[in-house]
Design a protein around this ligand. Structure first.
Ligand code: MET
Length: 383
């Protein structure tokens, strides 16, 4: 039952009683890439949300109200993300929308939420500029700008990387932003680039680029890719006898790498606030609950979605919902920035960013990344 309807039914039942406290549903939208090349990420995200909503509702919901998730597949395509956002916001009249999975789609869909004064909350978007869209846009995914310098620095310290080749996807908002941030981090650390090569979404043959890269004899390959292309890049590099570390961005932090690259998946460096080896009480509880429910290990994307729903439910506990959608959306927006929460991904808080004109806009995550290296089909923390 939707909120408006359930309230009025209760009102009739109460027969004019002065006050009544009756549970209502809080409808929240989730736009995730459940199919297509980004499906690996989107399914982990959906699982994280579903686990969190079960736990939150079992523990009494939000001040007695139950959260109901409406989950839609945006297929990792920006046109679909726009359609799904419109449907959730205008037709289903959800309180807020999580997602979409890719920054490429968020850049297209979040302006719709901003214009409709509906909170949009990314849990996996890491490209620059997403939260600059406006003050209804939030994310708890840590940006490439924050993670990549830490990853490169660690690889330089530990693996003695002195010069690198760069390979990136030049037709996607996230892979392009990863490239921009890698470039800046390399300049800051005065690491020379031997060559810069590109590929496009859907490419399957990377031999030409990797052959050029091999000829420049780099100490590492810096790779800004989504896993659908990044997994095959790793296989092709190792097949060509390139054994140097591969330094990846957020797209390469997915167990899908192990499915795609199998025994060619070692020596991949990534950074993230979340690690399966981080044995804090909140993370240990999350991993055990996830395994019990799905009979599979969670990943970073599941962890971020799981924490994101707790962040929103923490904000909602301080909000008096009025059943007037516009007011409730604004009240949630106003309550979110102050939330501090320690979950599976560690201690979290928001920081406000500016828009292109320098005016205060949306909210990014403040979290410390951990650097990890793949070994034997696992991400191992690199101290
Ligand atoms: N971080 C990616 C993006 O912003 C999406 C998740 S897959 C790494 O597009």
């Amino acid at each position: 039952m939707n909120r408006a309807l359930s309230r009025s039914v209760v009102a009739i039942a109460a027969l004019g009683a002065a006050s009544f406290a009756q549970a209502a549903d809080i409808k929240i939208g989730v736009a995730a890439a459940l199919t297509g090349g980004a499906g690996q990420y989107g399914n982990a995200i959906r699982n994280g949300f579903q686990l969190a909503v079960e736990e939150i509702n079992a523990a009494g919901g939000v001040n007695g109200d139950k959260i109901v998730l409406q989950i839609e597949d945006e297929q990792g395509k920006k046109e679909e993300a726009i359609n799904v956002f419109k449907k959730l916001i205008f037709q289903d009249r959800v309180l807020m929308v999580f997602g979409p999975t890719l920054s490429n789609s968020a850049q297209a869909a979040h302006p719709i939420a901003q214009a409709a004064k509906t909170p949009a909350f990314g849990t996996s978007n890491t490209a620059d500029g997403i939260t600059s869209i406006g003050n209804f846009v939030f994310r708890n995914s840590v940006t490439e700008a924050d993670v990549l310098p830490a990853t490169i620095k660690k690889a330089v310290e530990v693996a003695g990387v002195k010069k690198v080749a760069v390979l990136y996807g030049n037709d996607d908002v996230f892979t392009k932003s990863g490239y921009d941030n890698f470039k800046k981090a390399l300049e800051d650390l005065k690491i020379p680039v031997t060559t810069t090569e590109t590929f496009a979404k859907g490419d399957v043959d990377f031999k030409a680029q990797l052959t050029k890269i091999k000829a420049t004899n780099p100490d590492a390959i810096v790779l800004s890719a989504l896993v659908a292309e990044g997994g095959p890049v790793m296989v092709a590099a190792r097949q060509l006898g390139i054994e140097v570390p591969i330094i990846g961005g957020n797209g390469m932090n997915s167990p899908r790498v192990f499915e795609l690259a199998k025994d060619r998946s070692d020596n991949l460096w990534v950074g993230s606030p979340w690690s399966s080896n981080n044995d804090t009480p909140a993370n240990t509880k999350f991993i055990a609950a996830y395994k019990a429910k799905y009979n599979a290990a969670p990943d970073q994307f599941a962890a971020q979605a799981y924490d994101a729903l707790y962040i929103v439910s923490t904000a909602l506990k301080g909000v008096k919902l009025t059943n007037k959608l516009e007011a409730d959306r604004l009240a949630l927006r106003d309550a979110l920035p102050a939330v501090k929460y320690t979950g599976a991904t560690g201690a979290f808080q928001f920081a406000q960013v500016k828009d292109k004109a320098g005016k205060p806009a949306g909210y990014d995550a403040v979290q410390t990344p951990i650097v990890m290296v793949t070994r034997g089909n696992a991400y191992v923390i690199q101290k």
